[in-house]
Write a protein that binds this ligand. Structure first.
Ligand code: XMP
Length: 319
């Protein structure tokens, strides 16, 4: 792609000139935007860049390791990578919290605390990288995602790290252009074509209290669902799909035993802007296969439900 080719080259050149010998810090989430921003910066200034990846224990199955494979010391890029394994901290803070907005607030605050601690270890930072893209710029202050991003992800200007200037290398790009730039930079397709994943992660896909055990159940169920959709021969994959863990327990049978276990809900939607959405009509045979794998392979789950609600009145996420 000649256009992205020149975007990438020009950006690297411009960033190099602007940053000089400066020290650069980037919060890496593993999402498309922060990944592409990080790689651009690493191509421009190499080891002057430090990426901090906070694993809050609410990522999808194996996701933390996948991010580390790409950005860590064994990956293709020459940058400083810090993975903070903060799982326990987040689970402890979340214990007892049941309200969706309380959970978001706890996660957002703990994220800031962890990131702040790491930034202090690094010392005086000259430039802070933000993965802001064009739709974030035009939305600013309006849509839900902008509000959310300002206190959790990249987007707003954090006042909890000392830095001199902000760098937003993707500010003029639309999402598909960010993806094209990512491909140009050799970022693995798996990371580039990732579906949207909320900052608070699986915490808002577990209705009610979050526990380590529930996270494990949901990660396993969700991995099965995504694996089967990836393998399935369906013309158009839904725009967003995931499993959620309801807090409903119900009676079942296994062999001669009565069980009293959790129900997993499967969500799949088609949408263009994520403001409205229709539930996706997945083939029954696919849903059936996912269901039997989940109840057979995931301990403490004995029922699988399919969410056939649009947005509105439902939201895409469950919380
Ligand atoms: P809803 O559930 O509001 O989701 O229909 C619309 C889109 O936004 C994502 N989403 C979030 N993203 N932090 C985020 O970074 C959040 O708290 C959050 N809540 C929802 C959701 O995944 C969907 O793509």
């Amino acid at each position: 792609d000649w256009k992205m080719d020149s975007f990438v080259e020009t950006s690297i050149q411009t960033l190099r000139e602007r940053i000089g010998n400066g020290k650069v810090l980037c919060a890496l989430s593993g999402g498309v935007d922060s990944s592409v921003a990080a790689v651009l910066l690493s191509k421009a200034v190499g080891k002057q860049l430090t990426c901090v990846f906070v694993d809050h224990g609410l990522l999808r199955k194996n996701e933390g390791d996948e991010v580390e494979e790409v950005f860590g010391p064994n990956g293709p890029y020459d940058l400083n990578f810090i993975r903070v394994n903060a799982q326990k901290r987040f689970y402890e803070k979340l214990a007892g919290a049941v309200e969706p907005e309380d959970k978001r607030k706890i996660i957002g605050e703990e994220f800031i605390r962890v990131f702040e601690e790491e930034a202090q270890k690094i010392g005086a930072v000259d430039f802070l990288v933000q993965g802001t893209i064009y739709p974030d710029v035009i939305e600013s202050g309006l849509g839900k995602s902008a509000v959310i991003k300002s206190h959790h992800n990249v987007g707003g200007l954090p006042d909890y790290v000392d830095f001199k200037e902000i760098v937003e290398p993707l500010r003029l790009l639309f999402k598909d252009e960010v993806r094209a730039a990512g491909r140009e930079l050799g970022i693995p397709e798996k990371l580039i074509s990732r579906q949207p994943f909320p900052g608070p992660g699986l915490a808002i896909r577990i209705i009610g209290e979050v526990t380590e055990d529930k996270v494990r159940m949901l990660q396993d169920a969700d991995a099965i669902y995504r694996e089967e959709i990836a393998k399935a021969d369906i013309p158009n994959k839904p725009d967003q799909y995931f499993a959620a863990l309801t807090n409903m327990r119900s009676v079942g049978v296994m062999g001669d035993e009565r069980t009293y276990d959790y129900a997993v809900a499967l969500r799949a939607v088609t949408t263009t802007d994520f403001m409205t959405a229709e539930f996706a009509e997945l083939p029954w045979e696919l849903i059936g296969r996912v269901s039997s794998r989940i109840v057979n392979e995931v301990k403490n789950v004995n029922r699988v439900l399919y969410d056939c609600t649009g947005k509105p009145p439902a939201t895409i996420e469950f919380e």
